[in-house]
Design a binder for this molecule. Structure first.
Ligand code: PEP
Length: 261
């Protein structure tokens, strides 16, 4: 077992307005309180839409909830004439800790390429935000190159050329598993995570490789989470659809009940 603290991250995508966000966060927090969830042992973060962040931040502060706050994107720019974009400094002011970078839905629908992903990672480091760098192969890429080639290439690009590398998390999310109900095998997730860790070791340092958390994402549910987290290579999960369902998400947070670590 490694010293890395597991991270359960809920990506709400474009779901729930700020009032609905209050209800979901409260229910998650109450359910985890009822089962004495130890946040020191398993960290839990939610990634609501931008318009919910201030409300969720206020709720977490007021009720002293131990859930962590994440955003789903950030601008590569610091400030200025970039209509519609949100600066890292603004997120930092809202006590946002994590930012999803390079999610496959942004790569696909917003044409985010490896260079932009790299610049957004840089914006996170500059603002002391922790990027959750999302990498993953399509079905065609899986068939042509195997599972690890594309994730390793994407991570390499994302980590290239930074003057200062801060903390980061990597999320291995096979594109074909996101929102489809199909999942990678736990062996595949573990093997790709291992290769990603080797890549971090080569590009950054052995110490960073040892400390960095690598998550699996793609149709994770309470019923399948244990398989992924049984491997010491996988340090948590990035959850989409199931993060909107209280019993599902809190069941995933309690994965240790099903895994002997
Ligand atoms: C995601 O959005 O990162 C994700 C993994 O979605 P889902 O769990 O719905 O597949």
């Amino acid at each position: 077992m490694s010293d890395r603290k597991p991270l359960i991250a809920g990506n709400w995508k474009m779901n729930l307005d700020h009032q609905q966000a209050i209800a979901l966060v409260q229910k998650i927090a109450w359910t985890l309180k009822d089962v004495d969830h130890d946040y020191e042992k398993v960290e839990v973060a939610v990634f609501p839409p931008f318009t919910d962040l201030r409300t969720v931040q206020t709720l977490l502060d007021a009720d002293k909830l131990q859930l962590r706050l994440g955003a789903q994107d950030v601008s590569k720019h610091e400030s200025g004439a970039y209509t519609g974009e949100v600066a890292g400094a603004f997120l930092k002011k809202l006590n946002v800790e994590y930012v999803l970078i390079g999610h496959s839905e942004r790569r696909q629908h917003h044409n985010e390429d490896d260079e932009l992903v790299r610049d957004k990672v840089a914006a996170c480091f500059k603002n002391k935000l922790v990027p959750v760098i999302c990498v993953g192969e399509t079905l065609e890429e899986l068939e042509a190159e195997g599972a690890a080639a594309v994730p390793v290439r994407q991570l390499t690009k994302a980590l290239e050329g930074h003057k200062d590398i801060g903390d980061f998390v990597v999320a291995y999310e096979p594109v074909w598993a996101i929102g489809t109900g199909k999942v990678a095998t736990s062996e595949q997730a573990a093997e790709v995570a291992k290769k990603l860790r080797q890549t971090i070791g080569e590009l950054v340092s052995a110490e960073t490789a040892e400390q960095t958390r690598i998550l699996y994402g793609g149709s994770v549910k309470s019923a399948n989470v244990a398989g992924f987290l049984a491997s010491p290579e996988v340090d948590g999960v990035l959850v989409g659809g199931a993060s909107l369902v209280v019993d599902e998400f809190t069941g995933i947070c309690r994965f240790q009940k099903h895994v002997s670590l």
